[in-house]
Design a binder for this molecule. Structure first.
Ligand SMILES: Cc1ncc(COP(=O)(O)O)c(C=O)c1O
Length: 391
């Protein structure tokens, strides 16, 4: 397969954008005469192999030598943190070794001595952080909207009133923490209108707000709201460096100077001060450049792809309400989804989940969608569905 870089830019509309397209296009140009580049429908990011990551680090270092940090400060890390300040519009950005630590330290510092923390029941903070807020920081997590992607302002107000009015010994409202998009809810987003209402009311009341935006770039691209606008509704925002940005691990937490100035000490006392983190800062800096534009293009192509795949007999793709990069995929009777998936993976380098429950599975759209024209991906599905061996 041959992909002409100039034609791709023209057909995608990206040629007119002042965008650097580091990963996808460079890889495409270099390997245009080789096997078709994979399109991956499982991950939220590029899902680079170890070899690809090492090669990329070498390439970055050759172009401009990576300057090591010292415990998350100086060198290439400073460039990354400045980029995060611009991206989120916050006064200060601090590198954290993990998103879990970013969430927990934001909750701790924003809450001060207040103990009640309001969260989505489905959130990472509530379900996936081993009760750290309670165990380490003396906070009581109060889960809202069980099983749902988001809570409304009214639900928050009711819960706060219930706790404030019904408890004799007050312990204070610490922080309202919101995850967006929500990993446990197939990447659904919190409607921006609801965020605006919640944020305005919390600010009026003096309640602090934290955003777990591990994959905030996906919400931004698919909901059409910028990262900066999302960040503006919160006191602190964390973005992962390895979910849809191509680092190995790590996170950046952004907020006001006064809040963020307290973080270095907190990171140290919780054992998170790592001597060198240059590999993460260099990779994140590289992949963040132009990421918002590339993901906007991904979202556009995802819509086009869904429309075209839905015209094929045997497939039905349905977006989730307030969804981001994840859609439901239902298979027609008689289609063996495992065989279809194996065939597409082997013959067309299109990687989908192998399992399906009750004839349904899901697709995650990510930057690898830019590796191949939509028409070519649709043709691959059409060809696969015409084969007897997948029935
Ligand atoms: C929504 C969300 N928040 C926070 C985290 C924690 O990130 P880390 O693995 O860097 O601790 C994750 C990780 O899966 C996540 O999905």
């Amino acid at each position: 397969m041959r992909i002409d870089r100039r034609n791709f830019l023209r057909s995608s509309g990206l040629g007119v954008l002042p965008v650097c397209l580091p990963s996808v296009i460079t890889r495409m140009a270099v390997r245009s005469t080789e096997k078709a580049l994979p399109v991956n429908f499982i991950r939220d990011g590029l899902g680079l192999s170890m070899t690809e990551t090492l090669d990329k680090l070498q390439e970055i270092n050759r172009k401009k030598p990576i300057v090591p940090d010292f415990y998350g400060n100086d060198g290439t890390m400073d460039e990354l943190l400045q980029l995060f300040q611009r991206l989120t519009g916050k006064e200060k950005a601090v590198y954290m070794p993990s998103g879990t630590m970013a969430n927990q330290l934001a909750i701790r510092v924003l809450s001060g001595d207040n103990t009640k923390v309001f969260v989505q029941e489905t959130s990472h903070v509530y379900r996936d952080e081993a009760d750290a807020a309670t165990a380490l920081h003396g906070k009581r997590l109060i889960p809202l909207a069980p099983g749902e992607a988001y809570f409304t302002l009214e639900a928050l107000q009711q819960s706060i009133a219930y706790h404030e009015e019904g408890e004799l010994f007050k312990s204070g409202i610490g922080v309202v923490s919101i995850e967006n998009p929500v990993r446990r809810c197939m990447g659904k987003t919190v409607p921006v209108a609801e965020l605006r209402r919640i944020s305005a009311w919390c600010r009026e009341k003096g309640y602090k707000l934290h955003l777990d935006g591990a994959r905030l770039h996906l919400a931004a691209a698919f909901a059409g709201v910028s990262v900066k606008e999302y960040a503006s509704y919160f006191d602190t925002v964390f973005i992962s460096l390895y979910k849809c940005v191509g680092a190995i691990n790590g996170a950046v937490l952004c907020g006001d100077q006064a809040v963020m100035d307290k973080m270095e000490h907190q990171i140290k006392i919780h054992g998170g001060a790592l001597y060198r983190n240059w590999h993460n800062s260099a990779l994140a800096l590289y992949y963040l450049e132009g990421l918002e534009e590339r993901l906007r293009e991904t979202a556009e192509r995802a819509r086009e792809l869904m429309g075209q795949l839905n015209r094929l007999k045997g497939l039905k793709l349905t977006p989730f309400e307030h969804g981001s990069n994840c859609v439901e995929m239902a298979y027609g009777a008689g289609i063996d989804s495992v065989k279809l998936s194996n065939y597409l993976r082997e013959k067309h380098q299109i990687v989908m989940r192998r399992s399906s429950e009750q004839g349904k599975s899901s697709l995650n759209f990510n930057e690898t969608l830019l590796n191949r024209p939509v028409g070519e991906i649709v043709a691959a599905y059409r060809e696969a569905l015409s084969r007897k061996e997948i029935l």
